[in-house]
Ligand binder design. Structure first.
Ligand SMILES: [Fe+2]
Length: 314
């Protein structure tokens, strides 16, 4: 159609993309065009602002490579990925859920580890943590035979693949749930860590006066045929950044039940010094298809520890 005025632009674009055969793509494109055009009208987007936005999108692409995905980091920083997670889990947002974001650090082929074993594979100073996790279905029945991957940062805030000081696969393990749906292991208490701020995400955080920290957490990925693969994170309630996670991942349900144990209690092993911690969590897996995500990374980085600056919240 020939466009007579600004309103006609939206009509013309909608009518052309109404020709898409695939009904789901047609629905998504129609809503996307309506909201995108309405957004430009609402904020009265100027030409300079539009050109800046195009340059910003290009910069997100240029900042991304085999080991870093700035688009995923941006989606978390805008709360889009946590929103998508909550819309698609917990019976489509109707109930609380253990689902959370995968994050960039999951690796395949974590070492198989027996229940009760340790995932500390090279000297890793820090408070000892004992984890006891149970996996149940929506009816409360234990799920036996689920494969559960664990990965976490060190008490210094580094995943092993970022850190030449840690052994390959340190603080990672693969467990199988027993007849009661349980796994258990020994580790060290993880620390929070900063996300990179040398690209467009950093620019946005600075403009908003936000810090760039994720609160301390452990990652879980549980897989068993007949169940939707559960990707989860459990957070340390004592972390100072729990309320202001740069990636908006902390839901009430995923704040972990960490218990601090002091010297008055008998140590669970001769080499455990107080204070030590325990964590218990019960995960619920929903019925669905067991599908593993594509691993964001494939190996251990070489060279130095990354120097990621910390932003202060203002
Ligand atoms: Fe993480």
């Amino acid at each position: 159609m020939i466009i007579e005025n600004e309103k006609d632009v939206t009509k013309a674009v909608l009518s052309e993309y109404a020709r898409i055969d695939n009904p789901r793509l047609r629905e998504i494109m129609a809503a996307f065009i309506r909201h995108l055009h309405q957004f430009a009208r609402e904020v009265k987007l100027t030409e300079q602002e539009f050109h800046a936005a195009m340059a910003y999108i290009v910069a997100i692409g240029k900042q991304s490579n085999e080991t870093h995905n700035e688009a995923v980091l941006m989606a978390g920083s805008l709360g889009l990925s946590p929103l998508i997670c909550l819309l698609n889990n917990g019976d489509h947002g109707k109930t609380e859920t253990d689902a959370s974001m995968l994050g960039p650090f999951w690796r395949m082929h974590s070492p198989a580890t027996p229940n009760g074993g340790s995932i500390v594979r090279s000297p890793t100073p820090g408070p000892v943590l004992f984890v006891d996790a149970t996996f149940r279905d929506a009816g409360g029945n234990p799920i036996e035979g689920a494969e559960v991957d664990i990965w976490q940062s060190s008490p210094e805030g580094f995943y092993e693949n970022q850190d030449p000081v840690q052994a390959d696969m340190n603080l990672r393990g693969k467990f199988v749930t027993d007849a009661e749906g349980r796994i258990s292991f020994r580790s060290v208490k993880p620390a929070g860590y900063p996300i990179p701020i040398d690209g467009p995400v950093g620019e946005l955080l600075r403009a908003a006066g936000r810090h760039n920290m994720r609160p301390a957490h452990l990652h879980f990925l549980a897989c068993k045929d007949g169940f939707k693969t559960l990707i989860s994170q459990v957070y340390d309630p004592e972390d100072p950044n729990l309320q202001t996670d740069v990636q908006f991942g902390v839901t009430r349900h995923l704040v972990g039940h960490f218990v601090r144990h002091d010297a008055a209690e008998p140590a669970p092993a001769p080499d455990v010094r107080a204070p030590w911690y325990s964590l218990q969590h019960t995960f619920v897996m929903e019925r669905g298809a067991a599908r593993l995500p594509k691993p964001p990374i494939t190996g251990k980085a070489e060279g130095e520890r990354p120097q990621i600056p910390h932003l202060e919240r203002v």
